[in-house]
Design a protein around this ligand. Structure first.
Ligand SMILES: O=C(O)[C@H](O)[C@@H](O)[C@H](O)[C@H](O)COP(=O)(O)O
Length: 257
């Protein structure tokens, strides 16, 4: 059956307004997921993303006990290391809210010296959460929040890297990340593209050159961020600030949830 391509939903805000809009979007996804399935599965990226989630702190409509949180990618470092995405999400968000610790799925710190086993263990953790509940070959996240690298990478999926073509694994590892630190694990494209919703979050002038390249003529350029295309009925959203979208030529969608 032919499905029409998803419309591009790109929302651009003054940078101070981005966190509130993002929070409203996450809350809408949360509500729909809990109504449907009684839980909310979300994958978070690192970098500048966690601080954009600050409006969720003190928001009484967040049902933290229904959240199951995974990391879209993670640096293979101790959990309290400054490079750890878990550590970052904890300091920017989780330590300020009443989320049960068991609902936050982080890498197993005992396996730091064996990256292959660590990636396997994280995949098994995902399987435990999803396999019984969804019959699909790949997990179906309710929401994945992604960052955008200036070179067009997303998660730890980098331009020209062999992991771009990974079609079997849910969680893959790399030891040669061009962005430090070199050792990382990452969700793979099949997992990303099975999600119900994906939102890229990109802020700042540093994203202004790459954003039109990712949005425009994506097949030809093969930037990893362009390869994020959730299968129908999944939907892709862009939450960007006005500095990041300054070079985006086409008209931006008015924000309406
Ligand atoms: O662990 C990581 O490094 C990230 O998950 C990575 O994919 C990030 O999202 C982008 O590099 C954008 O990073 P910034 O938002 O900090 O620019």
């Amino acid at each position: 059956m032919h499905h029409p391509p998803n419309p591009l939903l790109l929302y651009s805000f003054p940078s101070d307004d981005l966190p509130r809009a993002l929070a409203d979007f996450v809350l809408k996804a949360q509500k729909e997921s809990i109504e449907k399935k009684g839980r909310f599965t979300i994958a978070l990226s690192g970098g500048s993303l966690p601080k954009q989630l600050k409006e969720l702190i003190n928001d009484p409509t967040v049902k933290w006990d229904k959240w199951q949180v995974f990391y879209a990618d993670e640096r293979v470092v101790p959990l309290d290391h400054p490079d750890s995405n878990h550590n970052l999400c904890k300091s920017k968000l989780f330590q300020h809210v009443p989320i049960p610790p068991a609902n936050i799925h982080h890498i197993d710190p005992v396996l730091l010296d064996d990256i292959e086993e660590l990636a396997d263990a994280y995949e098994k953790e995902l399987i435990r959460e999803f396999a019984q509940k969804d019959s699909a070959r790949f997990p179906v996240f309710d929401l994945i929040l992604l960052g955008l690298g200036e070179d067009g990478h997303t998660c730890s999926l980098f331009p020209g890297h062999e992991l771009i073509t990974e079609s079997d694994r849910w969680v893959a590892y790399l030891e040669d990340s061009p962005k430090p630190p070199p050792k990382r694990i990452t969700l793979t494209f099949p997992v990303l593209n099975h999600a119900s919703r994906i939102a890229f979050v990109a802020a700042g002038a540093g994203k202004a050159d790459v954003l039109p390249l990712v949005l425009d003529n994506p097949e030809e350029r093969k930037l990893p961020a362009s390869l994020v295309k959730p299968a129908h009925p999944g939907q892709l959203y862009w939450f960007v600030d006005d500095a990041a979208s300054v070079n985006v030529a086409f008209s931006k969608t008015p924000f309406k949830l």
